[in-house]
Design a protein around this ligand. Structure first.
Ligand code: PLP
Length: 452
C-alpha cells in the first residue's frame, strides 16, 4: 500500500471542505453543533487519508460496506465505462448492467430466491420486503428483534430494535419486538447456548400465539445482527425461527445488508445456518458501497403474487446502471480474487485466535464474538458483574478515550456503546490486519486501566 503523502490530498481544499461542511452540511444521527468531522480526502484499499495527509487503517470499512476496500481499480473502471456508455435509465426499461447484476446476485442467494428488486440502500430494501410480505399474506404486523438495526427511514427505523434510533412516531407501524438469543446478557436466565436458543424460540412462539399468528405478515431478523453488537446465533436458533415462520404462515425476512456479500466468510450469512428465508435484503457490500445500491431477493411464491397484478412500489433509481455496473464488477472481482474464502480464513486463523487471546490477557474484555471479518469486542468495567464500559444506547468518556487512542495510532475503529468491532475490508492483507490488531492490543491496555 502507498504510504504518506497521498498525491490527491490538498490541505487547503480540505480545510475549506471542513468549513463548508460546518456551515452547510446536516449530518446523520448527530447533534449538529457538537460534531467535528474528520475530512477524508483520499483512500486506497484498506487505508484512508485525512485532509492533512495522515494515513489511517480503516478497521470500520466505513459503515461496514467497503468489502473490497477503497478504489478497487476493476470497480472504478467499470463505473467509468458505464458512465461513458449510459449513466441512467428509468426502472421500466431493461439494461445490460442491471440484468447481469440480478443474475450474479440470484446465483449467489440461497434456495430459489431468484428475482431481484433493486433499491438505493438497505432501509428501502427492508421497507419493500415488508410491503411484499404484507401484500402476499394479507396480514399487517411485523416481528423484529431487540438489539437490531434495519435502517433510518420510517418503517425501517420502527422495526429497528434500538430505542436510541426510534423517532417520535414509534409504534405506528404494527411492529412487535422480541428478544433474540444473547447468552452473555441473557433475558432468559440461560446458562448454556443450547438453553438460550431453546428459550428464545419458546419466547418467540408465545409472542406469535399471543399476538395472533393470523395478524403477522413478517418476521425480520439480521442473520448475524451487526451494528447492534455482532451476535452469532446459537446452533438451531435460525432453523427454529424458520420452522416457526413456516408453521404460522409468517414470511421470514433475512436482513443481510451488513452480513452479506462475503463479510462472514460466505456469500450470505444464512449459509452458515442452512436456512432459506422467504425474502433476503442486501445493500452495502453488493458493490463495496461505491454507488448507492440495495435490494430484495424474492421467493418464487412471493414473486408469483405479483405475476399478473402489479407490485405497488418503485424508485426512480431502482437498478441504476452505475450502481449495478459497480455490483457486477465487485462480484466478479470477489470471485476472481477469492475474497469470500479469504474472509473465512482471516476469521478462523487470524481474528478469532487474536481476539480469544485478548479476552484472556485484557481484563476489560467481557466477550468476543464473530465470524469472518465481522467481530465485536465487548468491553466491561468489571468481568464479574459484566458492567459495560458504556451504558446501552450511550457513549462514555472511557469509550471516547479509546476511540481517540485508536485514531492517534493511525486506526479508524468501528465503535458503538461499549463495543469495538473488528470489521476491516474482507480483502485486507494479513500484514495490514495484524498491524491493526496490534494497535487494538495497545488500546486495550488503556481500557484495562478502567476495569476493576
Ligand atoms: N440493515 C442493516 C443490517 C444495516 O446494518 C443497515 C445499515 O447499517 C441497514 C439495514 C440500512 O441500510 P442503509 O443505511 O443503506 O439504508
Amino acid at each position: 500500500a502507498r504510504t504518506e503523502p497521498h498525491p490527491d490530498v490538498d490541505s487547503a481544499a480540505a480545510r475549506r471542505a471542513y468549513e463548508l461542511d460546518r456551515k452547510h452540511v446536516f449530518h446523520s444521527w448527530s447533534a449538529q453543533d457538537l460534531l467535528d468531522p474528520m475530512v477524508i480526502s483520499a483512500a486506497e484499499g484498506s487505508y484512508v487519508w485525512d485532509g492533512e495527509g495522515t494515513r489511517y487503517l480503516d478497521f470500520s470499512s466505513q459503515l461496514v460496506n467497503t468489502n473490497i476496500g477503497h478504489q478497487h481499480p476493476a470497480v472504478v473502471a467499470a463505473i467509468a465505462a458505464q458512465a461513458a456508455k449510459l449513466c441512467t435509465i428509468a426502472p421500466s426499461y431493461a439494461n445490460e448492467a442491471r440484468s447481469e447484476a440480478a443474475r450474479l446476485i440470484a446465483e449467489r442467494t440461497p434456495g430459489e430466491l431468484n428475482k431481484i428488486f433493486f433499491t438505493n440502500g438497505g432501509a428501502d430494501a427492508n421497507e419493500h420486503a415488508v410491503r411484499m410480505a404484507r401484500l402476499h399474506t394479507g396480514r399487517k404486523k411485523v416481528l423484529s428483534a431487540y438489539r437490531s438495526y434495519h435502517g433510518g427511514t420510517h418503517l425501517a427505523v420502527n422495526i429497528t430494535g434500538d430505542p436510541r434510533r426510534w423517532a417520535s412516531d414509534t409504534a405506528s407501524t404494527g411492529t412487535v419486538h422480541f428478544f433474540p438469543p444473547y447468552l452473555y446478557r441473557t433475558a432468559f436466565h440461560s446458562t448454556t447456548e443450547a438453553e438460550e436458543s431453546q428459550r428464545a424460540l419458546e419466547h418467540l412462539e408465545q409472542l406469535i400465539v399471543f399476538e395472533g399468528a393470523a395478524t403477522i405478515a413478517a418476521l425480520i431478523l439480521e442473520t448475524i445482527p451487526g451494528s447492534a453488537g455482532i451476535y452469532v446465533p446459537p446452533a438451531g436458533y435460525l432453523q427454529g425461527v424458520r420452522e416457526l415462520c413456516t408453521k404460522y404462515g409468517i414470511m421470514f425476512i433475512a436482513d443481510e445488508v451488513m452480513a452479506g456479500f462475503g463479510r462472514t466468510g460466505k456469500w450470505f450469512a444464512v449459509e452458515h445456518f442452512d436456512v432459506v428465508p422467504d425474502l433476503l435484503t442486501f445493500a452495502k457490500g453488493v458493490n463495496s458501497g461505491y454507488v448507492p445500491l440495495g435490494g430484495v431477493a424474492i421467493s418464487p411464491e412471493i414473486a408469483a403474487t405479483f405475476g399478473t397484478k402489479p407490485y405497488p412500489g418503485g424508485l426512480t433509481y431502482s437498478g441504476h446502471p452505475l450502481a449495478t455496473a459497480a455490483a457486477v464488477a465487485t462480484i466478479n472481482t470477489m470471485e476472481r480474487e477469492g475474497v469470500v474464502d479469504h474472509a473465512a480464513f482471516l476469521g478462523n486463523d487470524i481474528i478469532g485466535p487474536a481476539l480469544a487471546d485478548f479476552a484472556i490477557r485484557h481484563k476489560s474484555v467481557g466477550e468476543v464474538r464473530g465470524k469472518g471479518v465481522f467481530w465485536a469486542i465487548e468491553l466491561v468495567k468489571d468481568r464479574e458483574t459484566r458492567e459495560p464500559l458504556a451504558p446501552y444506547g450511550a457513549s462514555s468518556p472511557e469509550m471516547n478515550q479509546l476511540i481517540a487512542a485508536c485514531k492517534s495510532r493511525g486506526l479508524i475503529p468501528f465503535a458503538n456503546f461499549n463495543r469495538i468491532h473488528v470489521v476491516p475490508p474482507c480483502n485486507i492483507s494479513v500484514e495490514e490486519l495484524k498491524a491493526g490488531l496490534a494497535i487494538l492490543d495497545e488500546v486495550l491496555d488503556i481500557a484495562d486501566g478502567f476495569a476493576a
